[in-house]
Structure formats: C-alpha cells, structure tokens
Design a protein around this ligand. Structure first.
Ligand code: GUN
Length: 282
C-alpha cells in the first residue's frame, strides 16, 4: 500500500516557515511583503480562490490588497491598475486571477505585469528564465509538486518521469523542473499513441489532464510515485483527481490524494514567491 503524501501537512509546515521569515523581515528590515490580487467578474470558483489567497496572506503576516473589478471592466482600465501596482512600493507581488472575461486579452494583461512582481511566473520573461534554469519565481502548481517530492525524500535523478498534460501552467514547466532535477522526462498529451504503455514506464507519474479518475491501475507500474494534479468533480458533485485513487494506491509506492495533495501546496508556493519578491532587493 502506498505512502500517502499529505499536502495539507506539508503546506502548513511551509507556511509556518514563511511566517517566521516574514516576522524576521519585519523586525530587521521593516518590510511587510504585500500581495495584490486582481479579479475581474463574478466567477464563483475564482472568488473562492481569491478569498483563500487573502486568508493565507493574513496567516503568514503579509499585507493583502484585493481588487474586485466588474465584468464590464475595460482593458484600458485593467492595464492602468496594473501599471499603478507595478509602481506601488508596498506591493511586491501581483496576481491577476484567470480566466479573464473574454473581451480582455489575457496575453496583453500578463505582459503588463512587472516581471519582478510576477508571482504566478506567467510572464514570458519568467517562463524563459525557467527554461534556462536561472529563475526567481516558479509557477505555483509545478513548484508545489517539486516541493512535495523533495519533502517526501523522493529521488528524481535518473528516474523515468512521465508528465501527462502539456499546459503552459502545469505540464510544460513541470517537465522542465523534473529535467533540471536530472529526471529522464517524457511529456504525453492527447495525441500520444500508446499512453498506457508510456505511463507504465514511469517511476514518477504526474497526472495533469483534468479528466476525472482517468488513470486506473493499468497505467501504473508497481512501486511508482503517483502525483495527481487534477481537480475534478464526479457526477455526484464530490471532488476527485485524474487518478482512480482506490485502485492505484495499493500498487504505488507514494500517492497524493485529491483533495489534500497538490492543491494545498499551490497557495504555499504563492506565499513563497511573494516573500522572494519582497526580499529580492536586499
Ligand atoms: N486560476 C486558477 N489557477 C490560477 C493561478 O494559479 N493563477 C492565476 N492567476 N489564476 C488562476
């Protein structure tokens, strides 16, 4: 039976470490890390995320600035807010919650954020730095996965790592980070010929396709580490990952549950990036 990697416990430990560093930063340098979160429109899931980010900021001792803009906000207005936040000395991190309403050009908005305050690491400048391996910020989800592996003492070097999913936010940067940790990395996607056969080679399998309980035991090699990045809903409304947990757990060596695995790590990584941004010039 697999060891369950408890993202809630690991995330709480990291947030405690960040709270301690934040208290020290306040005392020694008089700096209070500040995170601005911008949300446009009324998407209920996004509103929950934004509320959770605000609560996490309070818990670690950061200042949190929330901007809740109406659905009808014009691109010009949003760009002008971002320019203001770029200049604001009390704001070290800026996060524009995605998805944006359709009339707003996401790429243009993300490009407007000062790369030094880009705590999502979505700006092409930061994406490029990740490619080179010389980065300041990592995108929160893949960074959270790496931290789960590191704190569970899972060796990556020389291992067969299979990432299923190639999004800009998860799959692609995840593959790059595993490569930098000396894994042998394969990236699979919807056109992969024999997905099951490739997944069965994996010592470390990262499931990030967003399909409820897609990966059953036939995709997993005995003793593999299985990291489930999916957050889906079953027909009955309950949450589940991309992996059939009950079937896969008996054959894996380690597995992350959903909820309570990768999910809680993303906010801890956002707090980490904000602290990094606040201390960059010291
Ligand atoms: N929407 C869902 N996840 C994220 C995230 O990590 N960052 C931003 N900006 N928007 C999101």
């Amino acid at each position: 039976m697999a060891q369950i990697i408890d993202g809630k416990v690991i995330s709480a430990t990291i947030r405690r470490e960040i709270a301690e560093k934040t208290a020290e930063l306040k005392e020694k340098e008089g700096i209070v890390p500040g995170l601005a979160v911008v949300i446009v429109g009324e998407d209920p899931a996004s509103k929950v995320y934004v509320r959770n980010k605000h609560r996490a900021c309070e818990e670690v001792g950061f200042a949190s600035f929330a901007y809740e803009l109406p659905e009808t906000t014009k691109e010009k207005e949003l760009l002008s807010l971002i320019r203001k936040l770029n200049k604001d000395k009390n704001v070290h991190g800026i996060l524009v919650q995605l998805p944006l309403p359709r009339h707003l050009d996401e790429e243009k908005i993300l490009l407007a954020i000062d790369p030094a305050k880009d705590v999502d690491a979505f700006h092409p400048y930061n994406v490029g730095k990740i490619m080179i391996g010389n980065y300041d910020f990592l995108p929160c989800t893949p960074a959270g996965v790496m931290e789960l592996l590191r704190r569970s003492n899972i060796e990556i070097s020389g291992k067969e790592c299979v990432v299923v999913g190639r999004s800009n936010i998860v799959g692609k940067p995840q593959a790059m980070l595993l490569l930098q940790a000396n894994g042998t990395v394969t990236v699979c996607h919807s056109r992969t010929k024999d997905l099951r056969a490739v997944c069965r080679r994996a010592d470390i399998l990262i499931a990030a396709i967003g399909k409820a309980e897609f990966f059953d035991a036939s995709y997993v090699k005995e003793g593999a580490v299985v990291i489930d990045v999916g957050i889906n809903r079953r027909a009955d409304g309950t949450l589940c990952g991309d992996v059939k947990f009950d079937e896969v757990a008996p054959i894996a060596s380690h597995i992350t549950p959903v909820p309570g695995g990768v999910g809680p790590m993303t906010i801890a990584m956002l707090m980490q990036n904000t602290l990094t941004a606040a201390t960059a010039k010291l």
